[in-house]
Design a binder for this molecule. Structure first.
Ligand SMILES: [Cu+2]
Length: 484
């Protein structure tokens, strides 16, 4: 795996500086007019929010993955449209039991679509629209409201999202599969595991209902627990590994996306510094809470921190299955590969695509990511230790992650941008604070990143103007001298 360290030097000369200065922003935005979706109207999903933003996309249902969303584009409240995703799907539900006797690959062994779809009713979809899949009311499209998107003394608005919800019954489990597309451009895929527990081991016969194992009583209890009302059984613990396959198509074409990894390190004086690396070849990465590791996807290779794009922060990562000796791909949580339509499933891929490799880690084979259509794969784990309440009807346990939209708008989407009196007073107090520790001042002066704060941009632009005036004057002098 090769990692290219971003050249963070900023070129101060050239016409880009003028463009930056004239537009009042340091980031070249790549907004487009809304593109026509290629799918028929019956397969289009459109949602406009109270703040004026919009999402538009196509949908289809496949027997294995069920919902596959494509051509997803987001329009800001100001009307700037960004292509975002070529396609989005859940690619595998990998369930590994603690006794290691059974591992399920629910998407490829069974499926989430066709006969696995559970019909929905109005109670599943309050104030929403039920859409037919496989002759069933299989998809709920609704406008959902959450906690405050913002709340100041003068303005407040609830967070709104387009919610797409379906249920797939696989064995004893019912998977509640949700995609939320927010009014600020963020996207949250999630899965709720519900239904009933799948596997138990019989304490008296020292084997389980689906597989034999020579464990004695003490061994069996290590891998699960007895539950109220279920004598002589051990209900087995297991890890749900959810894998999403995200084909980003940000920017003017599908081949200009960059994926960068962000890490932070803290030195002996307590200062925490950022480093950003962009991937140039296919890669497999693990979460790293100690370095606040996150990933940025953008279409601008100059500076992903400032470009429009998405941030994936694995902040809900409490559990992680790592049994690399049995399944090497479980060592990693985040993968970037070239887009290939035959690389479709995280495991058992060759079963359906015999011309391609078998699993996700094998897809990572050192191919270039430069000027290629790229795909991001993200895994979230949940170690499920049964509790009494899981029988007979299990509560839903939810897992997922957020792709946080960043730099699509110059301020909070939909907000007027006007500060209320409290905020202004607070800002004035902060600006007047002359008791800042000296190392803070030093830290700001030595920061290699462009300062995004208002005063920072003002100083930067003034410096640029002075440099360019001096540069223009030197050229003028040089030409005058050569004419003589
Ligand atoms: Cu479970």
């Amino acid at each position: 795996m090769k990692i290219k360290f971003l050249n963070r030097n900023i070129s101060f000369l050239g016409c880009l500086c003028w463009l930056s200065f004239l537009s009042g922003t340091t980031t070249p935005f790549t907004a487009h007019a809304a593109a026509e979706l290629s799918c028929p109207a019956s397969l289009q999903i459109n949602q406009t929010f109270d703040n004026g933003a919009q999402w538009a996309m196509c949908w289809e249902s496949k027997q294995r993955e069920n919902l596959v969303l494509s051509e997803a584009q987001y329009s800001t409240p100001e009307g700037n449209t960004y292509k975002v995703f070529g396609s989005l799907r859940l690619s595998q539900l990998h369930v590994a039991y603690d006794d290691s006797n059974v591992t399920y690959y629910d998407v490829t062994q069974f499926g989430l679509g066709a006969g696995y779809i559970s019909p929905l009713d109005e109670l599943d979809c309050p104030n929403g629209e039920l859409i037919e899949i496989a002759s069933k009311q299989g998809l709920c499209k609704s406008l959902s409201a959450g906690n405050d998107s913002y709340h100041t003394a003068n303005e407040h608005r609830a967070s709104q999202s387009l919610s797409l919800f379906s249920v797939s019954q696989v064995g004893s489990y019912a998977y509640l599969i949700t995609w939320k597309f927010f009014a600020d451009g963020s996207v949250q895929p999630s899965v709720g595991a519900a239904g009933a527990l799948q596997r138990s081991a019989d304490l008296n016969h020292n084997d389980d209902t689906t597989h034999s194992h020579s464990a004695d009583h003490d061994d069996a209890t290590q891998y699960g627990r007895e539950l109220s009302g279920s004598p002589d059984k051990i209900w087995l613990s297991h890890t749900h590994n959810y894998y999403w396959r995200i084909d980003f198509d940000l920017g003017s074409n599908a081949n200009d996306d960059t994926v960068s990894e962000v890490n932070y390190s803290t030195d002996e004086s307590g200062r925490t510094a950022r480093s950003v690396q962009s991937f140039t070849t296919e890669t497999a990465r693990a979460v790293a809470p100690d370095s606040h590791r996150s990933w940025i996807i953008s279409a601008d290779q100059t500076d992903p921190m400032l470009a429009p794009g998405y941030l994936i922060e694995p902040i809900n990562y409490g559990h992680k299955l790592d049994r690399r000796l049995v399944e090497p791909f479980t060592e990693f949580d985040f993968f970037v590969t070239q887009q290939k339509s035959c690389e479709r499933f995280v495991t058992q891929n060759a079963l359906y695509n015999p011309d391609c490799k078998e699993n996700l880690l094998q897809f990572v084979d050192d191919e270039s990511l430069l000027n290629e259509d790229i795909v991001v794969w993200h895994r979230v784990s949940f170690h499920h230790v049964p509790r009494n309440e899981d029988r007979v009807n299990m509560h839903s346990h939810w897992d997922g992650f957020v792709m946080q939209a960043r730099n699509f708008s110059s301020t909070t989407p939909g907000h007027s941008g006007n500060a209320d009196d409290y905020t202004l007073a607070s800002a004035a107090f902060t600006n007047d604070d002359s008791t800042a520790p000296s190392n803070e001042v030093e830290s700001a002066a030595t920061n290699t990143d462009v300062t995004i704060g208002k005063s920072g941009i003002g100083k930067l632009d003034l410096t640029l103007v002075l440099i360019l005036l001096a540069y223009t004057y030197l050229i003028f002098l040089f030409k005058r001298r050569t004419r003589r």
